[in-house]
Design a protein. Structure first.
Length: 96
């Protein structure tokens, strides 16, 4: 599992994940087919999710100081047969 940069509980930041290497050319990510971001635990908030042709971008706020969270990014491509990819990332909440 990869790690995202530590986050201060007072920060509201975007965390983009690139799925371009995963996509079958010329596929793009399909919002209506279920792309999104989920967080394990409570306290860390996914304020919004933006899906571009190659990236899923989660805007995150909050988080409990000293806690770790796992973010699950799910991508769906639209090249013929629908394919779903999942990437998980760990994030630690620390004061900066």
């Amino acid at each position: 599992m990869e790690a995202l940069p530590d986050k201060d509980p007072d920060e509201v930041l975007d965390y983009p994940i690139d799925f371009s290497q995963w996509l079958v050319s010329p596929a793009t990510l399909n919002v209506s087919a279920g792309c999104g971001v989920e967080v394990s635990g409570t306290g860390l908030i996914v304020d919004s999710v933006t899906v571009t042709t190659t990236h899923i971008i989660a805007w995150l706020s909050g988080g409990t100081l000293g806690s770790s969270y796992v973010l699950k990014y799910t991508a769906v491509d639209t090249n013929g047969t629908v394919r779903t990819g999942v990437r998980r990332f760990k994030m630690k909440i620390k004061e900066k």
